[in-house]
Design a protein around this ligand. Structure first.
Ligand code: FE2
Length: 534
């Protein structure tokens, strides 16, 4: 009888948390981030017939596309978690069933590094830190948002132009599907679909290259034609990550950051630096092509209205009221979420951070530089990842869905609640799965083409602390007390950045599963052992 040695593995060691692994080390340890729980690197798969608890309504037909940051090669030490290759996870719901596909965005950067078999790109947006052989290469990762427009999935990262993907196979079709129409070198990660004009409203900051002050705003038709191109200059390089549109206006949220000088970058510094105390800024301009008559605005003018210091990272809806008043909704965060870009010797506030859900008022009759009135607080707490019924973009809405960070027993700071807020009635419904669960950005699925604002379902990824697998949770918007369905995944997924639900564009034709096509097959008799049936 042979003797078997049983090696008992400490459960702590079996997790991905950094720690002693029998004294073994890996360069990947430098990339571990406290908020990240899934392993990284090179994962692609497809699967159908996912296990469903409960019942998914047969009326749901569409695909939920999410983008994750998943570096294929080990990043350089001190790389912030916002950098890394874009990895798409798609979940398709059809006839109560769920199929999935996970695939990398095959960017030039990803292909170049795979060909070399090693990392070639260095610190985040630091061109002096890249290998000379990729000095002028397209370094965009397509890792921040994924939207559907005009038959393409667009994988977006605001440092470059979109990567176009096939919505069914997730194959990368190529870079810059609208090339040659504008000279802007960048593209926002949060473009806005105007459903009333059927156009995609887009802006580029640092539009003439890293560290430039130029902003370019334009719109895209579903056929990919660029219209309404407008150019502006900021007083210094800024970071308008998200924004709002109304029927006649576009408003960008400029956060208190600026880009560092070449000297800093050459010395191995970061691209961004946080500016403590700088007001939050709204960059406001009329949308080109609007029929609005405003003689008090110069042609091509962009005004900057200021708010208290803080971060408006993401935005909800906005609309116009009488007498040139704009209403904008957003979370407002008191502290710098991007702590790794704090300036040296900056002492962070000791108070508990806030991130209330607020409504701003901008009077467009006020001159450039005016400070706006304090925001109306619609809900107190720490919120982010707002969504609303985008059939109502630019028109007054009352329903917002939000991720919330509620006190939790998790060992890491996580969003762990999904909130439905009716700002007319003040009614707030909160879904929280368990004390030790976390949730990612939700998506809204309308119940039908003509349903009431915000009516339908909410879908989001959720996982429990130390559980081996993640889940998709489906809530009916009329009942946040419990899910109507939970889809079990075979593993945990890395943190989602952003995602979007895409309704079946041809509802009369069921969507095929995201897995490869099933080959034609007929029953054969040659190999049958069921002779009793002869
Ligand atoms: Fe974002």
């Amino acid at each position: 009888m042979t003797e078997t040695t049983v090696h008992v593995v400490d459960p702590e060691v079996a997790t991905i948390k950094p720690g002693p692994r029998f004294g073994l080390t890996s360069p990947w340890e430098c990339y571990y981030h406290p908020a990240e729980t899934a392993t990284q690197g090179g994962f692609e798969c497809e699967m159908d017939e996912l296990v469903v608890y409960g019942e998914i309504p047969k009326g749901i037909s569409g695909t939920w596309y999410r983008i994750l940051i998943d570096p294929h090669f080990c990043p350089k030490p001190n790389t912030p978690f916002v950098d890394g290759d874009g990895n798409v996870s798609a979940f398709r719901i059809e006839n109560g069933k769920v199929s999935m596909k996970i695939k990398y965005v095959e960017t030039e950067r990803w292909l170049l590094e795979r060909k070399a078999g090693r990392r070639l790109f260095g610190l985040y947006r630091n061109p002096f830190d890249n290998h000379p052989c990729v000095r002028l290469a397209n370094d965009s990762t397509g890792n921040t948002n994924i939207i559907y427009w005009g038959g393409n999935l667009l994988a977006l990262a605001e440092r470059g132009l979109p990567w176009a993907l096939d919505p069914d196979t997730l194959e990368t079709r190529g870079a810059d599907p609208y090339g040659g129409q504008v000279i802007a070198k960048t593209f926002t990660a949060h473009p806005k679909v105007d459903p009333h004009k059927n156009e995609l409203v887009v802006w580029s900051y640092a539009a003439k290259g890293l560290g430039t002050r130029d902003i370019c705003i334009y719109s895209l038709t579903p056929e990919g034609e660029v219209q309404n191109e407008q150019w502006y200059k900021q007083d210094k390089p800024g970071w308008p990550h998200d924004g709002w549109i109304t029927e006649n206006w576009i408003i960008l949220s400029n956060m208190p950051f600026t880009s560092n000088s070449d000297e800093v970058l050459k010395a191995g510094g970061d691209y961004w630096t946080f500016i403590p105390g700088q007001p939050s800024e709204f960059l406001v301009t009329p949308r080109k092509g609007s029929k609005m008559d405003r003689p008090d605005w110069r042609s091509g003018e962009m005004r900057k209205y200021t708010a208290p210091h803080g971060l408006v990272i993401h935005t909800g809806n906005a609309w116009e009221e009488e007498n040139g008043i704009l209403k904008l909704e957003s979370p407002f965060t008191s502290h710098n979420v991007f702590y790794f870009w704090d300036p040296e010797e900056y002492e962070r506030a000791k108070e508990r951070p806030t991130g209330d859900w607020v409504r701003w008022t901008i009077d467009t009759h006020q001159p450039d530089g005016t400070a706006v009135a304090p925001a109306e607080i619609l809900a107190e707490g720490i919120f982010d990842f707002p969504i609303f019924d985008e059939r109502m973009t630019g028109r007054k809405t009352k329903i917002a869905y939000l991720g919330q960070m509620i006190d939790s027993v998790n060992t890491r700071p996580v969003f762990n609640g999904v909130v439905k807020l009716n700002t007319e009635t003040g009614v707030k419904s909160v879904f929280r799965r368990s004390e030790d669960s976390s949730v990612a950005e939700p998506a809204y699925i309308p119940r039908g083409p003509d349903c009431e604002e915000g009516d339908g379902w909410i879908i989001f990824y959720s996982e429990k602390e130390n559980a081996p697998c993640g889940e998709l949770v489906l809530l009916d918007t009329n009942d946040f007390t419990k899910p109507i369905a939970i889809v079990q995944l075979p593993f945990r997924l890395r943190n989602q950045v952003h995602g979007n639900w895409v309704q079946n564009p041809h509802p009369e034709t069921p969507l095929p599963p995201l897995t490869r096509p099933i080959r034609n097959v007929v029953p054969s008799t040659k190999y049958s052992q069921m002779i009793r049936l002869e």
